[in-house]
Design a protein around this ligand. Structure first.
Ligand code: GLP
Length: 269
């Protein structure tokens, strides 16, 4: 496991965008070889999308041969509702870049057969050759996608009933009319990716970061599952380290020079 610690949110976004860029460029995608990228929604990812848009618009990166798969979508919410993942991804990322819309996959929460939609999504990922890099966010209770506390660590894409906590958290965008269900990739779906990258920023997520990296694997903190993934990068800002042991922070800061080579070698910005 790697833990990249940056000073603030902007630096986390920049480092993450550079890392994604570097991975795509090194992969050297083309018409017969697409790079598959798993993507999150949520405010933490906004800065990364902004940076990626910048690189793409400056001609330093292209999503022409990239296929994306998003984590989750609410059930029975119109695509153009401001709270939907479709809306979030279109307005904050896809409409600004050169991705072919047919390569940008998001679960359809309005499908007539939701179970089939979930199973088909897993198949689409497999048919695309599996996910090369899955980028995710984390909620203060340590969940990813909609794999809330207690979710099976062996889970795959499925329907989830949302907890009261989560519905309350989303009250503003849904004006009190919060969705009760969502479709989400499972923990095992993310585990199957060749590499996993988790973004954690802010003091309100410090306890979650402590639970998921300093304590054992536990389905009550579902992101902790990625301790067992052979290629995981957690990237956080200083505020998110507040609950970590000084020893942990010092250890990983000592590796920053090496980690920075991961984004600097070969990449031209
Ligand atoms: C929701 C989403 C997650 C996201 C999390 C954190 O629960 N389903 O995928 O990681 O919120 O969101 P934010 O980045 O806004 O804190």
């Amino acid at each position: 496991m790697r833990l990249v610690i940056r000073d603030n949110v902007d630096q986390v976004s920049e480092w993450t965008a550079k890392y994604i860029t570097r991975r795509i460029k090194d992969f050297n995608p083309g018409p017969d070889k697409y790079f598959t990228l798993g993507l999150p929604t949520g405010s933490t990812s906004l800065g990364t999308y902004k940076k990626l848009i910048e690189f793409i618009q400056q001609g330093k990166l292209s999503f022409k041969y990239v296929k994306t798969f998003n984590m989750d979508e609410y059930v029975a919410i119109q695509r153009d509702h401001p709270g939907s993942s479709h809306s979030f991804m279109w307005h904050n990322f896809f409409k600004h870049i050169d991705i072919d819309p047919k390569n940008a996959h998001i679960l359809d929460g309005n499908a007539t057969d939701l179970i089939k939609e979930c199973n088909d999504y897993e198949k689409k990922i497999t048919d695309a050759g599996g996910i090369e890099l899955f980028v995710g966010g984390i909620a203060p209770d340590g969940h990813i996608g909609f794999n809330e506390p207690g979710s099976s660590l062996a889970s795959r894409t499925r329907i989830k009933i949302l907890s009261k906590d989560l519905s309350i958290a989303d009250t503003s965008v849904f004006e009190g009319n919060c969705p009760k269900q969502a479709l989400t990739v499972g923990i095992q779906t993310v585990m199957d990716a060749r590499e996993v990258m988790i973004l954690i920023t802010g003091a309100h997520k410090a306890y979650a970061l402590h639970k998921v990296i300093e304590e054992g694997v536990n389905h009550m903190w579902t992101v902790s599952a990625f301790q067992q993934h052979p290629q995981t990068i957690f990237i956080c800002d200083e505020d998110a380290t507040l609950e970590l042991k000084v020893k942990t922070v010092k250890y990983f800061k000592g590796l920053m020079e090496r980690y920075n080579q991961l984004i600097e070698e070969k990449c031209e910005y």
